[in-house]
Write a protein that binds this ligand. Structure first.
Ligand SMILES: O=P(O)(O)OC[C@H]1O[C@H](O)[C@H](O)[C@@H](O)[C@@H]1O
Length: 433
């Protein structure tokens, strides 16, 4: 991953960060880097995620998926960090695989039913993923999926792979049915687990190159040094932090590749759950180039000056020419390709934001393949860890999410939780039709 922060400088944008401020911030980056390296060396909770390129064993993952290697479709049952990494990888690389991938990361009953009805269950594998093994949505969906397989006369125990922690309900279930199972590595929070079995089982079923994913991440790991001017991931993490401090409280991630749309969703969880605490953090927003040029760009260029736009741009892609036409006004298109049009639109959008003094950053990858994707995911995780150090927050916890989880359990009769009582105390000011 290469990063260009030129359009985030104060000489271009407002809010913007001056070169001198970045140089001062670089001293904090050096300290943060030392802390990160120490955390990695001691395999501390969270920091351990940055060791995954060395720790993850692709052979172990491939062995676990062996029984379902020729499945026509794969249902991944998981939510948050137990779904978004896998979805990012398989959606980005979908063109290279014949396996249809479905992610059940919601419990909307109509949607779940529609998804299940659309699949040939006798040719479908199940990938159930939960670090804790207790997440209500995931376990409920898994029970529903099992039931659908049983109703269709398909033995789900022959077609299920489990990825979970060392103990817990899901681990017990895997043991009871003797299911192939993988362990969520210790010290790796869900949103940092894309490069472990959590994110890579689906990629293995789809026959993607797991080694290349890890090699790309390992190469990115090699770039981590004590200066933001020498490390793309830290340049991104430090710049976003500095811009947030200057008023850019929103970070709109805008990949210029349809295949990376889910990557913006993955980024949103990474950024929000890791940095959103102690009244701090930067709000992630999701956009897609070129589509959102015709939707959100107006706001980005002319709305409040509270946003940074982060472009994610593959430098190469397979292309398709635009057919010639005898309509005179459209003749210029006939000399181009869709790729050239997209590239021109990206450059125009980037320049238009800069011309309006709106900060933006460019993250470049060579192309969308396993190696580059591994580097991108790792680089953004390292950027997030660095930003967490600069903010001084606990990057690897998400205590605020627990509140609603407890309230939900209480409402469903799963125990006595005071949070559930607060639901009944809601303040109302209803306006009815
Ligand atoms: O993997 P699980 O334990 O099922 O957790 C799935 C997700 O749910 C939680 O609510 C957390 O906020 C997420 O960080 C986590 O990724």
């Amino acid at each position: 991953m290469n990063v260009d922060i030129g359009n985030a400088l104060a000489s271009v944008a407002s809010p913007g960060v001056s070169r001198e401020s970045l140089e001062r911030l670089d001293e904090q980056v050096a300290d943060a880097h030392e802390r990160i390296e120490r955390g990695m060396e001691n395999a501390e909770h969270g920091y351990e995620a940055l060791n995954l390129p060395q720790r993850t064993d692709p052979d172990e993952i491939r062995t676990a998926v062996e029984p379902v290697a020729d499945a026509e479709a794969l249902i991944t049952v998981g939510i948050g960090g137990s779904a978004l990494g896998a979805a990012t990888i398989t959606n980005a690389l979908a063109d290279e695989s014949d396996t249809e991938t479905v992610f059940l990361d919601n419990v909307d009953p109509e949607w779940v039913t529609r998804r299940l009805e659309s699949l040939p269950l006798e040719e479908t594998a199940i990938n159930v993923v939960s670090r804790s093994g207790t997440t209500a949505e995931t376990l409920a969906n898994f029970l529903v999926v099992r039931d659908a397989f049983e109703s269709a006369g398909v033995d789900w125990t022959e077609r299920t792979i489990v990825t979970t922690g060392e103990s817990g309900p899901l681990r017990n279930l895997a043991d009871r049915h003797d299911l192939p199972s993988l362990k969520v590595p210790d010290g790796v929070p869900g949103r940092f687990s894309a490069l472990s079995a959590v994110g890579m089982v689906a990629a293995a079923v789809c026959d993607h190159d797991l080694e290349a994913l890890l090699e790309g991440a390992a190469a990115e790991r090699e770039t981590l040094t004590g200066s933001l001017f020498e490390c793309p991931a830290y340049a991104y993490g430090a710049t976003t932090y500095a811009l947030d401090a200057r008023g850019a409280g929103i970070n709109a991630v805008m990949p210029y590749a349809e295949s990376l749309e889910t990557q913006a969703e993955w980024f949103a969880q990474l950024w929000a759950e890791s940095l959103g605490k102690d009244d701090l953090g930067q709000t992630p927003a999701r956009a897609l180039g070129v589509t959102d040029q015709h939707s959100q760009l107006q706001l980005y260029r002319a709305g409040p000056r509270d946003k940074l736009v982060s472009f994610v741009v593959p430098q190469e892609r397979s292309d398709r020419s635009i057919p010639d036409t005898d309509v005179e006004e459209l003749a210029y298109l006939g000399d181009s390709t869709l790729g050239e049009l997209l590239e021109a639109e990206f450059e125009a959008t980037e320049a238009s934001l800069a011309a309006a003094g709106r900060p933006n950053v460019r993250l470049e990858i060579d192309r969308v393949d396993e190696y580059e994707l591994g580097g991108l995911l790792y680089g953004m995780e390292a950027a997030c860890v660095l930003a967490g150090e600069l903010y001084g927050v606990n990057t690897f916890e998400q205590p605020a999410v627990e509140w609603a989880k407890k309230a939900t359990r209480g409402l469903l009769g799963g125990g006595d939780f005071e949070e559930a009582e607060a639901v009944a105390e809601k303040t109302e000011l209803r306006v009815e039709r």
